[in-house]
Design a protein around this ligand. Sequence first.
Ligand SMILES: *[C@@H]1O[C@H](CO)[C@@H](O)[C@H](O)[C@H]1NC(C)=O
Ligand SMILES: *[C@@H]1O[C@H](CO)[C@@H](O)[C@H](O)[C@H]1NC(C)=O
Ligand SMILES: *[C@@H]1O[C@H](CO)[C@@H](O)[C@H](O)[C@H]1NC(C)=O
Ligand SMILES: *[C@@H]1O[C@H](CO)[C@@H](O)[C@H](O)[C@H]1NC(C)=O
Ligand SMILES: *[C@@H]1O[C@H](CO)[C@@H](O)[C@H](O)[C@H]1NC(C)=O
Ligand SMILES: *[C@@H]1O[C@H](CO)[C@@H](O)[C@H](O)[C@H]1NC(C)=O
Ligand SMILES: *[C@@H]1O[C@H](CO)[C@@H](O)[C@H](O)[C@H]1NC(C)=O
Ligand SMILES: *[C@@H]1O[C@H](CO)[C@@H](O)[C@H](O)[C@H]1NC(C)=O
Length: 684
Amino acid sequence: MTVLNTNHILTFSCIVSAAVVILGRTCSCLQFTYPNFNTSQKDDFSFSPGSSITNGSLYITPNTGNISHQSGRVVYARETLKLWNSKRTSLTSFRTEFVLNILPQNGSAGEGMAFILTNNPSLPSNSSGQWLGVFNNQTDGAFENRVVAVEFDTRKSYKDDLDGNHVGIDIDSIKSVDQIPLSNQSITLSSGSDVWVGIKYDGTTLLFEVTLIQYSTSGQQHVSGVSRLIDLSLGLLDDIHLVFAGSTGDFTQLNQIKSWNFTTIDNVGRGHGRKVLLALIVLTIFALCLFAVLFMWRRLTRQRRLAYRNLEKMIDAHGPVKFKLKELRRATANFSPTRKLGRGGFGTVYLGYISRMNLEVAVKRVSTNNAKSDRGEQEFVAEVNTISKLSHRNLVKLIGWCHEGAELLLIYEYFPMGSLDKLLYASARVSNLSSETSVLELTWERRYRIICGVASALDYLHHGSSKRILHRDVKTSNVMLDEDYNARLGDFGLARVIQHDGVTHHSTQAVAGTRGYMAYESFFTGRASLDTDVYAFGVFIMEVVSGRSPSSSVSYRNQDESAGSTREAMYIVDWIWRHYGEGNVLAAADTVLRGVYDKAQVDCAVRLAVACCHPNPRERPSMRTVVQVLMGGAPAPEPPYVKPAFVWPPSGSQSEIQLPHVGLLFTGGQTSFCSMTSTSLTGR
Ligand SMILES: *[C@@H]1O[C@H](CO)[C@@H](O)[C@H](O)[C@H]1NC(C)=O
Ligand SMILES: *[C@@H]1O[C@H](CO)[C@@H](O)[C@H](O)[C@H]1NC(C)=O
Ligand SMILES: *[C@@H]1O[C@H](CO)[C@@H](O)[C@H](O)[C@H]1NC(C)=O
Ligand SMILES: *[C@@H]1O[C@H](CO)[C@@H](O)[C@H](O)[C@H]1NC(C)=O
Ligand SMILES: *[C@@H]1O[C@H](CO)[C@@H](O)[C@H](O)[C@H]1NC(C)=O
Ligand SMILES: *[C@@H]1O[C@H](CO)[C@@H](O)[C@H](O)[C@H]1NC(C)=O
Ligand SMILES: *[C@@H]1O[C@H](CO)[C@@H](O)[C@H](O)[C@H]1NC(C)=O
Ligand SMILES: *[C@@H]1O[C@H](CO)[C@@H](O)[C@H](O)[C@H]1NC(C)=O
């Protein structure tokens, strides 16, 4: 270890070069700009019969001859969009902008146009009229269409169509999953004047956003838009064609695209040919220098390194900021009790103010008992390491950390609104005071968005990155709210990283969690798993829908013909399952909502919740499926009407032993399921 070994350098630079070459090759960096269109560029596109480049614009449907009952498509033909980013760590993010102009030819417009992402670029037959050149009578609704479309509809042509001037998002069917009227925003698609359209997709958060802008003759700007969580990988395959489609019917219009640009946003390097070569050389040289410097530095700081070895080794070079204890003491008024925000995970959380960043933060001080033990430090390092690699808009961001002496501290984003449980139960209190005037903060719309957000975050943890991450403590007090009432899932104190490979590692040791959110089987296995997270998420939905705490029993009114109504104490899972089984899903909704909610969404949420809380872990949906259902990409599950008895081990394994209804075991109030030894229950 005295000289810089040349073999090391060579090996290292080879690895770097290989990495750069691989990144360069698989880079999905589709990008183009057409300020206008010129007939000399016609080879960049493929046109269906009658569509063309005319007068500097793309004409999606014919502009001469018989223009009624026509449909057409223009496909960008030079390259396809890759579904995944180059590292295949997330879906490709992209941004596209175009200017459309729709000119009616018969006074009234018909029918509309669409921007579509699809694996099937060719124009379907008989796709004129209401089908917008995207679907036809036979293909409508079929998964095989592999179409995600933004429609610009200028005619109401069937029952579910909103009106003759709307924008909508269509997935495999002309019946939009979301549609927004434009007339009340003073935007008219078919006015013959330009409409600027921007579409943005974030491959990690799955947010698909459409924005429309039109200027009135007086120069006033009118803006509208629609957005939705869409997991493109559920419907689309890898090579995605970018397509404009349009149609006419009895009434006709010219469907024009005047300019268009498209950019993929990939956090991995982009560039071609010489740029890649140049980057490779620069990077190699840089890496060599870095390597040499690191090597020297490591030797010089060997002593210090030993002290911190466990910690430093595991924290990414680009990881969170390292703070000095002194600064954090100052930021939290020396951990003053008045700054205490609460207790969570295995430590206390304080409000801090970092003056050099002008930033309010939440400082989690890992309790000294934990910190002293080996286990505390290990968990701390695991937490820092895991969280620093995660980035999702529904996760609380880790800003930094500090480890000095026996003090272990984590610094997180601070959310002044606090955690969801506070608001959930505060709003219940308000309604008890029966003040009709008080404004309900947690409206159904917000609750549903919170459920979607937490689902998306969990899906990201479970399936979104190369490592599987369990949350292990999903509950309302671990969900923060930002100022727009978006959910931010926090507290990964218990998170453990599980590799994808190795079948035996799909669960981890050391059961942890919060009563009321713990799945039945965890009392037997003593393990957390993807399934126990899903169970906790099911309870979470129930809590958000009903505004009732899972740790206390609720009374259920039995409508008994003979005895009038009797009451029975039940825990939330049984309570909601009972309502579901009786086809009375809406009775589970929080009374403070006063019936103001989207019935279909409540129904969907309750079905999902019940499915997630299935006693048999194998029957629970994955978070992937949950997200798919929440965004309307899959039908809501239909769990059995009567909660099945808990059987351990789950059916399929040998030596099944039937247990009494678990609800009964729980209704004994504090009678703990845990207190029975697993041997007495499993007979093993
Ligand atoms: C179209 O492109 C050709 C060749 O690139 C050029 O000569 C011509 O001026 C362009 N026409 C327009 C309208 O831009
Ligand atoms: C193209 O421009 C010419 C001349 O300005 C005009 O006569 C013609 O109608 C235009 N064609 C279309 C389809 O707008
Ligand atoms: C125009 O074309 C459509 C579709 O091919 C056809 O249904 C319609 O009858 C035609 N109209 C005229 C006037 O030729
Ligand atoms: C294209 O991209 C540029 C910025 O890259 C933007 O300014 C312009 O408005 C975009 N839109 C169109 C339709 O060209
Ligand atoms: C629209 O115009 C075309 C030709 O100008 C005509 O054939 C057609 O009948 C008109 N349609 C309606 C509904 O007026
Ligand atoms: C298109 O419609 C015509 C008449 O409506 C029908 O004869 C033809 O079979 C249809 N084609 C397809 C592919 O459905
Ligand atoms: C297709 O069209 C025929 C007649 O035009 C209609 O009877 C049938 O219901 C349509 N099918 C669908 C799936 O819309
Ligand atoms: C326009 O109307 C729709 C539905 O009627 C409504 O949801 C939306 O909030 C309205 N927008 C404005 C700005 O009034």
